[in-house]
Ligand binder design. Structure first.
Ligand SMILES: Nc1ncnc2c1ncn2[C@@H]1O[C@H](COP(=O)(O)OP(=O)(O)O)[C@@H](O)[C@H]1O
Ligand SMILES: [Mg+2]
Length: 491
């Protein structure tokens, strides 16, 4: 059996690693922009190889799949999906794990996603407005907007989202100026490279609460959830610093997180299931691959959708794929033949922590973070009980050099999250740069104190949303207008 893997990060390394555990002993081939040392090693060990090139180019990837006559293609990242790699691969008669262009719109267009959730009345939706031009968005802000999230209407590589609380009347004008300025920067900066979508700006109501990710396999008919993961987006400890692609994540033990209940987990799965069905109705094509809800526990709904991924999260994939006990080739084949209902997904019952290690300069000055020779003492990490998943590292010229993004993700597994965090923390010290440039990571991820903080916030939120449910206020907004009395809006 031969498989072609698309993508070059730690997420794809985790996918490749899970595929190698299959009883089918597949030969792994990979197509990627940088030569990821972890994936390259797996390819070599299984009798496959690596092809460097534009992994988002449909014709390039599909031709390679054809040449190699692989049994199926597995796409890791979102951009190849948005550009139609899955469509081109399937057109040539090769099955593909990864959303086609149409279904991947659930991630690519945040406006499409919000419209879909409203049209099909899927729980966990937020009020929103999408705009095609700056002036309309600014007029709306002047007239109505209060506490809002301002976003590029397209997935823009995790950049350009600004959440603005607007509570103090005496700051109203100042906040308005910030909002207007940001709308301009969304259009002129963040959305500039993208011509594949008409909507430019998304304005959403602001919500609050702990965030988590629910990743699922789907064949378009059923969804099979993986254990919940929580990622930490801010660059530095205490959730401060710029937003990154994720600095590290936690999971378990079991399928829930310490601050998300079994019931909330089930409701989250229901939201993703309803969405998968709605996508097929809307775009006329089954969703085959991986879908993930990036969720928040809010006072408004309980489980609420912030955005969808049409793939695994990175680092979230690295928490749970190493725990997968079911054969990933079997899962893939069940997705292809739409018989996922027959597969039982099983995971080792551990808690996990993933810590991402990035060169200084990431995320805002990747030029500075790039090009440093890196040493990873993998044997010492293994001895401590950790595992290395290679991220943005290039081995093209025979030496491992940083690519400018998160270089390594360290995975650790234990009975509790804090215990796994301690292992990961020790392992991080075995990664360094030869030229003296500094690396950074977040030492607080998975610690008892950060966990307790999340548990406390979740408890507060839970009290409010449960009260709202009791009073049947979910999905409703109630205003009191002088002279008219109580006005109820459904949503
Ligand atoms: N409606 C919202 N209310 C409050 N916070 C939000 C909202 N939307 C996004 N956020 C915050 O901003 C972050 C980034 O937004 P997201 O839609 O996930 O965009 P990105 O593509 O940058 O990941 C979220 O992880 C969340 O913390
Ligand atoms: Mg996000």
């Amino acid at each position: 059996m031969k498989i072609l893997l698309v993508g070059e990060g730690a997420r794809e390394h985790a996918i490749a690693d899970a595929l190698t555990r299959s009883t089918y002993n597949p030969r792994i081939f990979a197509v990627m922009k940088l030569k990821n040392p972890g994936i390259a090693r797996i390819c070599e060990n299984t009798g496959g190889n690596v092809k460097l090139g534009d992994s988002t180019d449909p014709v390039f990837v599909a031709s390679l799949a054809e040449q190699l006559s692989v049994d199926f293609v597995f796409i890791g990242p979102e951009e190849p999906q948005f550009r139609g790699v899955a469509d081109e691969v399937e057109e040539r008669g090769i099955p593909c794990i990864g959303a086609k262009r149409g279904p991947s719109e659930i991630e690519m267009s945040k406006a499409f996603m919000r419209r879909l959730m409203w049209k099909y009345k899927i729980p966990g939706r937020l009020r929103f407005m999408a705009f095609k031009d700056i002036d309309e968005a600014i007029a709306y802000i002047e007239e109505y907007a209060e506490s809002i999230a301002l976003k590029p209407a397209r997935q823009a590589g995790g950049k350009g989202v600004k959440v603005i609380a607007d509570l103090q009347a005496y700051l109203k004008k100042e906040k308005e100026e910030v909002k207007k300025k940001h709308v301009r920067s969304i259009v002129e900066e963040h959305m500039r490279p993208y011509t594949d979508i008409e909507d430019r700006i998304l304005i959403e109501q602001k919500v609050e609460g702990p965030e988590y990710t629910l990743q699922c396999f789907t064949d378009g008919r059923v969804v099979k959830p993986l254990p919940l993961v929580q990622d930490n987006k801010n660059a530095y400890e205490m959730d401060i610093g710029p937003e990154t692609g994720g600095m590290g994540s936690i999971s378990g033990p079991g399928e829930v997180l310490p601050f998300i209940s079994e019931e909330e987990y089930k409701e989250s799965v229901e939201i993703v299931s309803q969405t998968v069905r709605a996508i097929e109705k809307e775009v006329g094509e089954a969703y085959k691959g991986v879908i993930a809800g990036q969720m928040m526990l809010t006072a408004l709904w309980g489980p609420t959708i912030i955005e969808f991924y049409s793939r695994f999260g990175d680092p979230e994939a690295v928490n749970v794929l190493p725990l997968l006990e079911t054969d990933l080739v079997e899962v893939s084949e069940a997705i292809i033949s739409q018989s996922l209902n027959k597969v039982k997904l099983e995971f080792r019952d551990s808690a996990t922590v993933v810590k991402c290690v990035a060169p200084r300069g990431y995320p805002n000055r990747r030029d500075l973070a790039k090009g440093h020779p890196i040493v990873i003492e993998e044997d010492k990490i293994t001895k401590e009980g950790g595992r290395v998943f290679y991220g943005s590292i290039d081995l093209s010229n025979g030496e491992m050099v940083t690519g400018g993004s998160r270089a390594v993700e360290i995975f650790a597994e234990a009975e509790t999250i804090p215990a796994a965090s301690k292992i990961a923390e020790k392992c991080v010290s075995f990664v360094f740069l030869k030229d003296g440039w500094k690396l950074f990571h977040r030492s607080d991820i998975g610690t008892e104190s950060l966990l307790n903080e999340r548990v406390e916030i979740a408890e507060l939120i839970r009290e409010i949303y449960r009260y709202r449910r009791e009073k049947e206020l979910i999905g409703k907004q109630i205003d009191w207008l002088p002279g008219k009395g109580r006005i109820e809006y459904e949503f």
